[in-house]
Design a protein around this ligand. Sequence first.
Ligand SMILES: [Zn+2]
Length: 55
Amino acid sequence: MQDYRLDPPEADEFIPHCPVCGRECDTLYIDARGEVAGCDRCISLEDAYEYLYEE
Ligand SMILES: [Zn+2]
């Protein structure tokens, strides 16, 4: 364990983390309501027809 009072993690403050999965990310995906839907690490693209209609 690091003692952050003596050694503050300055660099970490500038690394964006996804509010959905918590991982470091470069890209956030915003949905139609303006809310974060996820990031490039936790969003996956699916074929809509296969996703909705395939058993
Ligand atoms: Zn994410």
